[in-house]
Design a protein around this ligand. Structure first.
Ligand SMILES: C[S@@+](CC[C@H](N)C(=O)[O-])C[C@H]1O[C@@H](n2cnc3c(N)ncnc32)[C@H](O)[C@@H]1O
Length: 308
């Protein structure tokens, strides 16, 4: 079972209206969606998105005429809103980034270094290549770059060297093979020394940070006035992107090239015409939630509202 993170806090911050239109951009196993369905009235609507066919199977069990599930990428949110004729009508969007426990706990998916299984790591196994295939196809430099960039792994070079060396003799096809190599390449000697490298490969293969950036680029054009955006992130790479997006769009004075000569009055005029975000205080899980669900320990909920 997947235990939804910051459930009460995120639903409260959506400020749900009975007749509103909401989007859960990361359905997972539906923890947040089910809560939204409880709060909207009979004329409310909830659209949910997930890229993982396993999540779509779960969603299809929800028999509720107010609920619509979309299999696809949340970076396509503008396209979906256009298709359903709900552009600029969305009263709230929730995004709960990362993996769900149904992905992590299924050893056949290859996300967990704690369970032995095929080294896959794709959120949709019908798209792209598996982690194993990627490691076989890539050179040391490329692997090292990814481990550093998305895992902030100090021993990226050494790990990449040993991955390539091993792949030449005996291709790495399962998770335990990879974590053994990582363990031998680093001085950590801890059970979770593979965490950073597994995270890096997963983020890269699923194009997670670009997905988030593309998604955010559409937000201003799909939210209704006063519409809320609630994003739960789990590591600093994601959170930095969310934070920068919110700050950039909440600035009083827009970013303009220095060469454009405008007076302060003119700048304020532009600002009045601009749809900008109001940012709320970020929320962390309580000690109680972390004790109950250790997966929540690194979560941060950021909230913004599109001003009228
Ligand atoms: C942390 S889980 C969401 C859990 C959900 N809130 C719940 O309570 O059950 C994240 C989900 O987002 C999906 N996901 C991740 N990136 C995505 C993307 N770019 N487009 C669509 N779905 C994505 C994953 O497949 C996963 O099911």
């Amino acid at each position: 079972m997947h235990i939804p993170v910051l459930l009460k806090e995120s639903i409260k911050s959506l400020n749900i209206k009975k007749n509103g239109i909401y989007i859960d951009a990361t359905f997972g196993s539906g923890g947040h969606s089910k809560e939204i369905l409880k709060k909207i009235g009979k004329n409310g609507t909830l659209y949910a998105i997930d890229r993982d066919p396993e999540s779509i199977k779960i969603a299809k069990n929800i028999k509720d005429s107010r609920f619509h599930i979309i299999q696809g990428l949340f970076s396509n949110i503008f396209k979906y809103c256009k298709k359903f004729k709900i552009l600029k009508k969305i009263n709230g969007i929730i995004v709960d980034l990362g993996m769900s426990s149904i992905q992590l706990n299924n050893k056949k998916r290859g996300f967990s270094f704690k369970k032995n299984g095929p080294l896959d790591m794709r959120m949709n196994q019908k798209e792209g290549i598996s982690a194993s295939q990627w490691l076989i196809n890539s050179n040391q430099q490329k692997i090292s770059h990814i481990l550093k960039k998305y895992g902030e792994e100090r021993y990226a070079k050494q790990i990449a060297y040993n991955i390539v060396k091993n792949n030449k003799k005996n291709p790495i096809i399962n998770t335990y093979q990879l974590s053994k190599i990582i363990l031998h390449s680093t001085p950590y000697q801890k059970k979770n020394s593979s965490r950073r490298s597994f995270q890096a490969i997963r983020i890269y293969l699923n194009n997670e940070l670009n997905e988030l950036k593309k998604f955010l680029n559409n937000i201003i054009n799909i939210l209704a006035p006063n519409g809320k955006l609630c994003i739960i992130s789990f590591h600093s790479l994601e959170d930095r992107i969310v934070k920068q997006f919110m700050f950039k769009n909440s600035r009083k004075i827009p970013n303009l090239p220095i060469s454009i000569p405008l007076t302060e009055k003119e700048l304020i005029k532009i600002n009045i015409k601009k749809n900008i975000l109001k940012i709320y205080k970020k929320i962390f899980p309580s000690k109680k939630e972390i004790l109950y669900n250790s997966r929540s320990r690194s979560a941060i909920l950021r909230i913004a509202k599109l001003k009228k």
